[in-house]
Design a protein around this ligand. Structure first.
Ligand SMILES: CC(=O)[C@@H](O)[C@H](O)COP(=O)(O)O
Ligand SMILES: NCC(=O)COP(=O)(O)O
Length: 244
C-alpha cells in the first residue's frame, strides 16, 4: 500500500487567536499536538494580509517543531525572501487575492512560467521541496513539470463544494490529474475543503502521497479536540487507502 501522509494546516488556530489579538490559542502548540496525534507535517499559509498566520508564527514553527514545515505562500518577492530566510522543509506556492475569503482555485502556471520557474529554482537551491497548488488540469500539470517543480498539490475545493454528478466529475478530474502528474514524475498532493465525509475517495487515489487538511480539523477540534480530530482523519485516510 503506497504511503499517504497527513499535513495539518494550522491557519485557523491563528484565526481564533487573532479574533482577540492575543496569544491564545497558539498555533505552535497546535502543531505540537498534531505531531503527537500522528500528523506527518505542518502546513501554514503566511498570507500577504497576515489575516491568520504571522511572521512570528512561521519563525517559531521553523525553529521549534519537529515535523516538516510546509510554508504556503504567494509568488511574491516578500514571501520569497521570508522562505529563503527560514528554508522550511517545503514551500507550496498558492494563488492569493487580498479580497478572497479563502483560496479560490489553482495557480496559473501556464501563464506565469518564467516567474514561477525562478521561484522554483531559487527555493529548490535553498533545499526546499517546492510544490505548486494547481487545478487538476493537464496543461497546468505539464507546465509544472516543465518548470521543475517537485510536487503538485491538486486543488480539491471544487470537489469539496459540489454534490452528486458534479462531485463525481470533479473526482474523475482529480483521479486523471493525479495519474498524469505521477506519469510526469511529479509527487502528488491534494488539499482544500477536505472533511471526514469527503476525504475517503481522495485518500483512495493511489498516486496521492500527501493530503493537507486544516479548516475542518480546527473546526472539529472545537467539538472533540484537535488530537481526536486528527486521529479520526488519519483513521479514515488509512481505511480508504487500504481499501483502494
Ligand atoms: C491553498 C489552500 O487551499 C489552503 O491551504 C489555504 O491556506 C487556504 O487559505 P486559508 O487558510 O486562508 O483559508
Ligand atoms: N492546501 C490545503 C490546505 O493546506 C488546507 O486546506 P483546508 O483544509 O484548510 O481547506
Amino acid at each position: 500500500m503506497s504511503t499517504l501522509r497527513l499535513g495539518v494546516n494550522i491557519d485557523h488556530v491563528a484565526t481564533i487567536r487573532n479574533a482577540r489579538g492575543g496569544v491564545h490559542p497558539d498555533p505552535v502548540k497546535a502543531a505540537t499536538i498534531a505531531a503527537a496525534a500522528g500528523a506527518d507535517g505542518i502546513t501554514a499559509h503566511l498570507r500577504e494580509d497576515r489575516r491568520h498566520i504571522s511572521d512570528d508564527d512561521i519563525a517559531r514553527l521553523a525553529a521549534e517543531i519537529d515535523l516538516p514545515l510546509n510554508l504556503e505562500m504567494a509568488a511574491t518577492e516578500e514571501m520569497l525572501d521570508i522562505a529563503l530566510r527560514h528554508a522550511p522543509h517545503a514551500v507550496c506556492i498558492v494563488p492569493e487575492r487580498r479580497e478572497e475569503q479563502t483560496t479560490e482555485g489553482g495557480l496559473d502556471v501556464v501563464g506565469n512560467q518564467p516567474n514561477l520557474r525562478t521561484f522554483v529554482e531559487r527555493l529548490s537551491a535553498r533545499g526546499c521541496r517546492v510544490s505548486l497548488f494547481i487545478e487538476p488540469d493537464p496543461e497546468q500539470i505539464e507546465a509544472s513539470a516543465v518548470i521543475g517543480a517537485a510536487v503538485v498539490e491538486l486543488h480539491t475545493g471544487r470537489y469539496a463544494l459540489t454534490e452528486g454528478m458534479s462531485r463525481d466529475e470533479e473526482l474523475e478530474r482529480l483521479v486523471a490529474g493525479a495519474a498524469l502528474a505521477a506519469k510526469r514524475g511529479l509527487e502528488v498532493h491534494a488539499g482544500h475543503g477536505l472533511r471526514f465525509d469527503n476525504v475517503a475517495p481522495i485518500a483512495a487515489i493511489a498516486e496521492v502521497a500527501e493530503l493537507n487538511i486544516g479548516h475542518f480539523l480546527v473546526g472539529e477540534a472545537v467539538f472533540i479536540g484537535l488530537d481526536a480530530a486528527i486521529r479520526e482523519m488519519r483513521r479514515l485516510m488509512n481505511e480508504a487507502r487500504a481499501g483502494a
